[in-house]
Design a protein around this ligand. Structure first.
Ligand SMILES: *Cc1c(COP(=O)(O)O)cnc(C)c1O
Length: 430
């Protein structure tokens, strides 16, 4: 398939060298933020904007039946990808809502049993902010710190579990794979531990589903969040897997209305979106293995090329338990903002998060122990289905060029090169 994403209307002016064949600017390499819609997904969705516009809840005419058929097919496609049954899939507006429904829904439903929840410090904000809200309501939340490589310690998890009294642990929520550093947690072991202790296990599997094999049975998962736009489906639609047997998970609904989705999530279904999510899951099911192999090859090529040309780089996150398309790398002694400006025809993410007009270093990178400067100098590459080797070549060449130029201007880099130990320097307070 060709990658024709050149018609974005963005005009990039300064182009010193002619572009290699097949490369169009700007280049999209930020597939953890969102993925482009696969044309085959769009194809599957189109009829549901047109002739099949019915409300899936309309039970007494063919317009409703057509829509319902589309929805039920999608439920099967999603269930198959994660080893679930169709009845265990609840549609939502995306993973933010799925995470809210899972965590608040379980906390509310099981409050009598205990008030303790365990999560980790490097979760997505959709999990962290939900947990913070529950803390205000009297729940106690443990935020496990990651080890330096981004993996949580199973021993620390086990030690955090409370099995007796009103402070009993009712829920563990640990993400499958991290959206910044691509680290894959030992999900099956975590699930096994939770089940042995009678604790429900939720996982935010947004970055994993469709990229690596996910199986709710083998992985001992009770509740799982996923989102269509992270696997080449449309934005604004997601799902929550809710286990029905061994154990049967009960959660309190967070949106009240017509009792759709087995009473767990009311509201007229987003039929075209749901059909798109289903189609995206079926494509992922068929192509995941080949796609993962291709992305790993591109990722390693990118990494090796950057490491060969530049000193003082550092890869963040355990590379053995790692998403195929992710590379998070720090370019030490380079100022993060200048780095991003230098590669403004390439869409990647930096180790800085814009919060209320200030640039904060990424809390995920900080949790791994990175200093602010190193975190700011980090780049997250998110390779995806439509990235090509020619694009990786362009990106790495450009980045190497920019880093070398910026380091020429960097007094710190000069000092390091001259053998001065920066940790021994006393900086003026500021
Ligand atoms: C994108 C993302 C979310 C949020 O999903 P939306 O569907 O955009 O609400 C949650 N968790 C992770 C890990 C993500 O990457």
């Amino acid at each position: 398939m060709s990658n024709d994403m050149s018609n974005t209307g963005v005009v990039v002016t300064e182009s010193s060298t002619p572009l290699p064949a097949g490369v169009h600017l700007p280049i999209y390499m930020d597939n953890h933020a969102t993925t482009p819609l696969d044309p085959r997904v769009l194809e599957a969705m189109l009829p549901y904007f047109n002739t099949k516009f019915g409300n899936a809840a309309s039970r007494n005419h063919s317009f409703g039946w057509d829509a319902e058929q589309g929805v039920e097919k999608a439920r099967e496609q999603i269930a198959k990808l994660i080893g679930a049954t169709a009845k265990e899939i609840i549609f939502t507006s995306g993973a933010t809502e799925s995470n809210n429904l899972a965590i608040k829904g379980i906390a509310e439903m099981h409050r009598e049993r205990g008030n303790h929840i365990i999560t980790q410090a490097t979760e997505h904000k959709a999990v962290l902010d939900t947990c913070k809200k529950l803390e205000k309501q009297g729940f106690r939340v443990t935020y496990l710190p990651p080890q330096a490589d981004g993996l949580i310690s199973l021993k620390e998890l086990e030690e955090a579990i409370v099995t007796e009294g009103p402070g009993k642990t009712i829920l563990v929520t640990i993400m499958y794979a991290n959206n910044e550093i691509g680290v894959i947690q030992p999900i099956a072991e975590i699930g096994k531990l939770c089940h042995a202790k009678g604790i429900l296990f939720h996982t935010d599997a947004v970055q994993a589903v469709g990229k690596i094999p996910v199986d709710v049975q083998k992985d001992n998962i009770d509740v799982l969040s996923l989102s269509a736009h992270k696997l080449y489906g449309p934005k604004g639609v997601g799902a929550l897997y809710v286990r029905r047997r061994n154990p049967r998970v009960q959660l309190s609904e967070q949106i009240n209305g017509g009792g759709h989705e087995r009473g767990m999530r009311s509201g007229t279904l987003n039929v075209p979106g749901i059909v798109g999510l289903g189609a995206a899951c079926e494509i992922a099911m068929n192509e995941m293995e080949a796609e993962a192999a291709r992305e790993i090859e591109l990722r390693d090529y990118l990494k090796n090329k950057l490491e060969a040309a530049l000193d003082y780089t550092q890869v963040n996150g355990n590379m053995e338990h790692h998403l195929p398309g992710n590379l998070n790398m720090s370019f030490v002694y380079v100022e993060g903002e200048s780095l991003l400006m230098g590669i403004n025809d390439i869409a990647v993410s930096s180790g800085s998060a814009c919060t209320s007009a200030t640039l904060e270093p990424s809390y995920v990178l900080k949790a791994l122990g990175l200093g602010d400067e190193v975190a700011h100098s980090s780049i997250r590459f998110g390779l995806g289905r439509f990235n090509t080797r020619a694009e990786v070549d362009y990106v790495s060449d450009k980045l190497i060029d920019v880093v070398l130029k910026l380091r020429e201007l960097s007094p710190l880099y000069e000092m390091v090169k001259e053998g001065i130990d920066l940790t021994k320097i006393e900086w003026a307070a500021h």
